[in-house]
Each structure stands twice: as C-alpha cells, then as structure tokens.
Design a protein around this ligand. Structure first.
Ligand code: AKG
Length: 286
C-alpha cells in the first residue's frame, strides 16, 4: 500500500489539497496511457460525441479534440481495475479511513491548442453529499508544465465559503461569479504541475479550475472521486452509471454522518441528465 506521511495528511487537512510528484508507477501510467490513446484513435471517426467520448469544438480526424471520457470505469476493464482496485484506492483509504465509496471518474484531456478553460468552482455543489468528506484524486498521464493548463487550487479554500455556482438571477452556471473569483487571494493560488504520474488530491470544497491549454501538447488528467461511506449522496445524478457509488473498501455505514453547514444544491438534473462541467460552463458563461 502507498502510505502517506503524517505531514502529507496534515497538509491535506490544512490546505485541502496534495500534489504528489511522480507518485504513480511508470507501469500504471504506460498502461493507462495506452488505453487513453485508443479512445483518441477511435474519436477520429466521430463527428459528434458518444456516451464514452465527449468531443470538443474544432474536433477533426486529423486533429482530434477530446473534452473527456466520462465514467472511465464503465468503459474499459483497465480503467475499471484502476478506479475500483488500483493504488489510488489505497490513497483514498489513507485519507478517508477504512470505509470508502467510489463516486465517479473521468479523463479530462485538455487537447493541445483547444483544451478549454475550466472556471473556478467547488465540486460539492455538483454532487452534494451529507458531509464534506468526498475528495478527488487526479493523475497526470503526461508531463505537465505551467503552459499546459495544470489544475489550479486555492490553498485552504475548503475551510471557507461554499459557493452556489449560480448567477445573480439564481441560474446555475457551474462556476464562481466574476465578483466571487475577484475576492480569491492570489497568494493562495497553487498550480499543480509535475511529471507524468504526478497525483493531485483535492477536497470537494476546494476552489479549483484550470486555464485553456494554449500549448500544442495534450494534458490528460484522469480523475476519480471517492467518499467516506458515511457521506451519503443527496442527488440521483450518478444513479444510471455502472459502478457509481460502489463500496471499494470496508463496508456500508451503520450511520450517515451529516455536516452542519448547508450544502448548495445543483438544478434537479435527474438521473443521467448531467453532461459535463465543460458543457455547463461553456453554455452558461460562453
Ligand atoms: O481538468 C481540470 O483541469 C479540472 C477538472 C475539474 O475541475 C473538474 O472536472 O471538476
């Protein structure tokens, strides 16, 4: 098992994120990258998105632009093995305790010269749970430098305001408003870059996002969200998804744990109606 140090765990509690350089073995990164490459190759024949490949604007056979593979674990056996039994599950257990539920996964490509900005947001209003334990673990499948749109996080923001991700009229935007974003302290912004195999962890309340990828290189970030088993999902967003909400360590809880702080709710998408943060943010905010 990959063990964190006490100082890693203390840093996660204090800052709400971790960045573990080259943490995942080359063997895993090679095999995951080979599967990701197969999806990119398949996308060349597509002119519109499918259930397992979401295309970005400007996609073509010669220059594939993928936004994401949603629900990776449902679409390939190696992705399934990694997300439900791989070393990232050890990492989740290390931070969350013995009882861990898998929530969802995705591979955000941020294709070179086309990968869109992901505006500042917190994850928990997209998929509220009864407490704020859930976290997301990301793995960079390529070397990612500052020009390749690494994920940015605001250190310590998980201990502060929960944002509704709605505009002044109450319409869902999936992002902080410009006024809210202007209040974030620049000194606390950390860009999480690193060599392939670098692993990021962020708590579901941490404000995070990433710039457009203006470099010519793709920036594939494989993301898995896990929750402590006593954090009960409050919406049906993942209900139809294969493996969503399965227990990957320990057992189902005898009690649900509730956090006292109210959680902002997303629109009532219903089971299977949500597409991706890219389409929500791009449609609403341009
Ligand atoms: O891909 C990224 O840079 C950030 C991903 C993210 O924030 C999300 O999908 O919620």
């Amino acid at each position: 098992m990959h063990r964190l140090t006490d100082s890693d765990r203390a840093a996660y509690a204090r800052d709400g994120y971790l960045c573990l350089e080259a943490w995942l073995s080359d063997d895993w990164v090679d095999r995951l990258s080979a599967v990701a490459d197969r999806f990119v190759d398949r996308s060349r024949a597509l002119t519109e998105s499918t259930a397992d490949i979401l295309l970005g604007p400007g996609h073509s056979a010669e220059h594939p632009i993928l936004r994401r593979i949603p629900q990776t674990v449902a679409f390939d056996p190696l992705f399934e093995d990694f997300g439900l039994r791989g070393p990232v599950v050890d990492l989740a257990e290390d931070l969350l305790g013995p009882d861990v539920r898998f929530h969802h996964s995705k591979l955000n490509f941020k294709s070179g010269g086309g990968g869109e900005e992901i505006r500042w947001h917190q994850d928990i209003p997209f998929w509220p749970h009864s407490n704020y334990g859930p976290l997301t673990i990301g793995v960079y499948l390529c070397d990612v430098d500052a020009d390749m749109a690494p994920m940015g996080v605001y250190a310590g923001s998980h201990r502060e305001t929960l944002h509704t991700l709605r505009d002044a009229d109450g319409a869902w935007t999936g992002a902080l408003s410009d006024a809210e974003a202007a209040r974030l302290e620049p000194a606390r912004l950390r860009w999480l870059s690193g060599p392939r195999g670098t692993v990021t962890v962020h708590n579901c309340r941490v404000v995070h996002g990433s710039r457009a990828n203006t470099s010519p290189r793709m920036r594939p970030l494989l993301l898995h969200t896990y929750a402590p088993c006593d954090a009960i999902p409050l919406t049906r967003i993942m209900d139809p998804v294969k493996f969503a909400n399965v227990i990957v360590r320990g057992r189902s809880p005898a009690y649900a744990r509730f956090d006292a702080e109210p959680c902002p709710m997303p629109p009532d998408w219903g089971a299977g109606e949500y597409s991706s943060i890219f389409s929500v943010q791009q449609e609403k905010l341009g």
